[in-house]
Design a protein around this ligand. Structure first.
Ligand code: ZN
Length: 109
């Protein structure tokens, strides 16, 4: 998947060009996916697939452009509690709000 492009949903309803209630959701899933890294996409896709139930992988694959095997893998990882996927810091070290002490000190300047 191209990291810069937003995937266009390929579900039959979106492809038909007709207005349907899921269109915006499908567009927003793909918009969200553009901002997620590969494993996060896999896990969100897995949850969406689980919500659908039987056949969910195929539906989510059409919507997101992920391969069904990728979604299945995401489901397996979630079911295993993401034990082999240690959390990694996404934020840069030092990012975020400075400690209160620092704010007070700088406000005196
Ligand atoms: Zn769609």
């Amino acid at each position: 998947m191209d990291d810069t492009a937003i995937h266009q949903c390929e579900c039959p309803a979106c492809l038909s060009g007709a207005d349907h209630p899921e269109r915006q959701v499908h567009e927003q899933i793909n918009l969200l996916f553009q901002r997620l890294d590969e494993q996060q996409r896999r896990w969100v896709a897995a949850i969406e697939s689980k919500k659908i139930g039987y056949g969910g992988d195929t539906v989510v694959a059409r919507v997101t452009g992920l391969h069904v095997d990728t979604i299945r893998r995401g489901r397996e990882e979630l079911d295993a509690g993401l034990v082999d996927r240690p959390t990694e810091r996404v934020r840069r070290p030092g990012a975020g709000r400075p400690p209160l002490k620092k704010i007070r000190a700088s406000s005196r300047i």
